[in-house]
Design a protein around this ligand. Structure first.
Ligand code: 5RP
Length: 218
């Protein structure tokens, strides 16, 4: 089974967990695109969605699904999103698509975070995937130097601007064995908007598409 088929299987199980009439959070990326398409093809009719990227908002609207501003909701029933890596504590690295800040905001607003992935995303230790860090452009060099002091090897994501008008530094070699501490430490650097560690707010449920079906972890 291809990674694409595994993502599709996980996306379809996630659709079954969404209740009609609710306002939900929708993340970003190729797995979420499959979720959006599967949701639109299903009998489930949500009231509206808060989207974590302009691309997801456009896809939702393309299917006739209402997209509302995050400031108009106090709580979301559920948030469906993918991940670049996820460990057994359901802590993640996210932001491969550069939507990490909005993804973190939507996750914070949500009662329940369901992560949907193909099995290549499950890891025993976070950190093979370069950690995305969203930075205000003025602070690019300062933050890069601080990341080097912490043991990282930051690289500017060339030709990329986030939906918030910022840059991304992709950081290799950082020790992520204490993700809760690392997430807070990176957030404390002046000029960092957010980083792609989702440890303070991990997923509540993980759906992994595999060749033998969708495995569920909580
Ligand atoms: C985007 C993300 C995505 O969830 C992550 O990159 C996974 O993407 P895909 O489903 O395409 O593998 O965090 O910022």
């Amino acid at each position: 089974m291809s990674a694409e088929a595994q993502k599709q299987a996980a996306a379809e199980v996630a659709v079954a967990k969404v209740e009609s009439g609710t306002v939900i959070g929708v993340g970003s990326g190729s797995t979420v695109n499959l979720f959006i398409d599967a949701l639109a093809a299903s009998d489930t009719r949500i009231e509206a969605a808060v989207a974590a990227s302009e691309a997801s908002a456009e896809r939702l609207r393309g299917h006739g699904i209402d997209v509302v501003d995050a400031n108009r909701v106090t709580e979301l029933a559920v948030y469906i999103d993918g991940a670049d890596e996820i460990n057994r504590h359901l802590q993640m690295i996210k932001g491969g698509g550069g939507a990490l800040t909005r993804e973190k905001i939507v996750a914070a607003l949500s009662k329940r975070f369901i992560c949907i992935v193909d099995e290549s995303k499950r890891v025993t230790a976070l950190g093979d995937f370069p950690l995305p860090v969203e930075v205000i452009p003025m602070a690019r060099s300062y933050v890069a130097r601080e990341l080097v002091k912490l043991g990282g090897r930051p690289e500017l994501r060339e030709g990329f601007t986030t939906d918030n008008g910022n840059i991304i530094l992709d950081v290799r070699s950082l020790d992520l064995s204490k993700p809760l501490h690392r997430e807070q430490e990176l957030n404390n650097l002046a000029g960092v908007v957010t980083n792609g560690l989702f440890a303070l707010r991990p997923a509540d449920e993980l759906l992994v598409g595999t060749d033998t079906g969708v495995q569920r972890f909580t």
